[in-house]
Design a protein around this ligand. Structure first.
Ligand SMILES: [Zn+2]
Length: 291
């Protein structure tokens, strides 16, 4: 079978129904202080799903301000140790916010992708990571990147799913950025080093989600001049010199429910979320290469 057929099969296996099931398990209080039990329950649900795909699962524990937290890591081992492709998303939220878009959408997408890819063989490792504490300065991804750097892990690309489920008519566009005025696109934000990943996502989306509008943005440096493009777990990867993109519906620039009690499942556009997850899966599969 040709590569394109595998890619289409994987994209088709990313289902809206599966995504909805994950969302229903995850949405609810997940603030590390205000909703700790909810955050831990979400972590358990994510761990159970990742283990269920037959992947090698580990919890990386780290301490932050006197308490322990868990980075949830699942490895889909490649046929050669020739670089790693990461798909990441954060599972915490802020107080009084069920966090459907922010960021149950990203985690549900990650799980749907991991499940769809599980029965295929790739040359490179695929690594799925769910981080806690993104809303509190992302110490989880900082810790992970520090270890990866020290161990010399060759990370060839990171796809950070940061709010991927909301569309709306109103789209704010910050000064100096070219983007449509209607909030129906998915944003893919890279730095110069990650330009190839932005291009790859566009190519992949043409193959598996041709009706999905994709808006790429490549920022200078590590996005220091536009702090909002650094507001997720991809930023520590940029700072460490790894190629990474943030895949995002642009958060508060579009979603009026951002960080509010109204960030609920019924406000999401699930066909859109499914298309974004399918395009991400296809991008990751192309980068990891079929074995
Ligand atoms: Zn977020």
């Amino acid at each position: 079978m040709k590569q394109i057929d595998f890619i289409r099969q994987i994209a088709d296996a990313v289902s809206e129904r599966g995504i909805r099931t994950y969302l229903e398990r995850l949405v609810g209080p997940r603030d590390p202080f205000d909703g700790q039990a909810g955050m831990e329950a979400a972590a358990d649900a994510i761990a159970e799903a990742l283990r269920g795909f037959g992947l090698q699962f580990v919890e990386e524990r780290f301490r932050c301000e006197g308490r322990w937290y868990r980075n949830l890591i699942a490895l889909h081992q490649g046929s050669s140790r020739n670089g790693q492709v990461l798909i990441i998303a954060h599972y915490d939220t802020v107080p009084n916010c069920p966090g459907a878009d922010d960021n149950a959408s990203g985690v549900a997408g990650l799980l749907a992708i991991a499940g769809a890819m599980a029965r295929y063989r790739f040359v490179r490792d695929l690594v799925y990571i769910a981080f806690p504490l993104e809303e509190y300065g992302n110490p989880g991804s900082l810790y992970y990147v520090e270890q990866a750097k020290a161990d010399g892990i060759p990370i060839v690309g990171v796809f950070d799913l940061e709010m991927i489920g909301y569309t709306g008519l109103n789209q704010t566009v910050p000064p100096g950025i070219q983007a449509p005025a209607v909030g129906d696109f998915i944003g893919v934000v890279g730095n110069r080093r990650s330009e190839g990943l932005v291009a790859l996502f566009k190519e992949a989306s043409v193959l598996v989600a041709p009706s999905l509008p994709v808006q790429g943005l490549v920022v200078e440096g590590n996005g220091e001049n536009l702090p909002l493009v650094r507001q997720s777990d991809h930023a520590p990867f940029w700072d460490a010199g790894y190629p990474a993109v943030m895949i995002t519906d642009t958060a508060f620039l579009r979603n009026p429910h951002y960080h509010l009690p109204t960030d609920t499942i019924d406000t999401l556009n699930l066909p859109f979320l499914r298309q974004v997850a399918a395009a991400t899966a296809a991008s990751a599969a192309l980068l990891a290469r079929f074995a």
